[in-house]
Design a protein around this ligand. Sequence first.
Ligand code: PLP
Length: 388
Amino acid sequence: MSVSIEFSQRLQQLPPYLFVEIDAAKRKAKAEGRDIIDLGIGDPDTPTPAHIIAAMQTAVQDAANHHYALDAGLPSLRETIARWFQGRFHLELDPVSEIYPLIGSKEGLAHLPLGLINPKDKVVLTEPCYPAYRASVIFAGGKITHIPLKENHGFLPDLKKLENVKDAKLMFINYPNNPTAATASREFYTQLVALARDKGILLVSDMAYSEIYYDEQKPPSLLEIEGAKDIAIEFHSLSKTYNMTGWRIGWACGNPKMIQALAKVKSNFDSGIFQAVQLAGIAALNTPREEIGDLRRMYEERRDTLINGLRNFGWKIPSPQASFYVWARTPKKFKGSMEAAKAFLDQADIIITPGVGFGPSGEGFVRMTLTVPKPRLIEATERIGKIL
Ligand code: PLP
């Protein structure tokens, strides 16, 4: 008998993947050997620092690190995270109950709703957003309510809109934001925490870009706000700060009960982070802070190169205060962000990401990354200039 294989309803509910066409065009262009400049993907181009690689090499040689790791991570990793957090945000976290290491922050973000919501529970997402939030809510059977992020609101959610949302259980927020590059102030977080507490909404803060900021404007942690720890969990990542996207290490921290929920889900799905990666993670978190300053200066120089270069061709783009993304209004000559992305690829061999792929309010914008070297960014601005 032939067996028909169908995807689960869960999978079928996922929104259509809007980047399909662009991805296919990208692959084709690369296969044709064209000299593509990829401003599409947010993956640091510079290598992981040498001292982290050295720590990994030593750890890998030691057979004691070859076994199943502790689900909750090495106590020394959790203590190092606590020290890092205290140094950066001046906030004490209990390494045992308030910190949980992850195999990259994405898996934690994606698993959390399974531990905190029931089918049909309402979850608030701001959009445009990092696509993993949407999928994680759908997998857990939740119902998504969107709050748009608008330019005239600094790409922060309008809290009056949140006030009108009834019976939401969870809300995801992400600052510094992907894709809009916006940051949130302590004042905004204070209002958000007050409202969320009032309405009984649990907050999930994604701070994957916490260390990629400019002009010494350090983004605050949501957990710094009084009372936040009663209702919030925050996700951090080593991926962008230490050029470790492929290594898969991050952490969740905050409310112990929310941490427990995540830990319980994860204990049924994975068996911890490879211990050698945990030891490399400790080496990363002990990196002198000045070195991250060098990384920020590199992105800042690239940001100015790209933005000033494009300004010369009449494309005015506000300077992002954080993240390595540039979020720009689609030039008027294109009907939408998708058409712009296709034209950039066809006519200039440049990959950019159409804003609509991050949610309906992303239409009218395109995202460009700063993860390519300066000479290539100069080349990119010249090529873009020609099609503008
Ligand atoms: N959150 C945001 C907003 C991101 O853009 C990314 C990756 O691009 C992640 C989380 C996931 O990072 P990782 O799983 O590498 O820690």
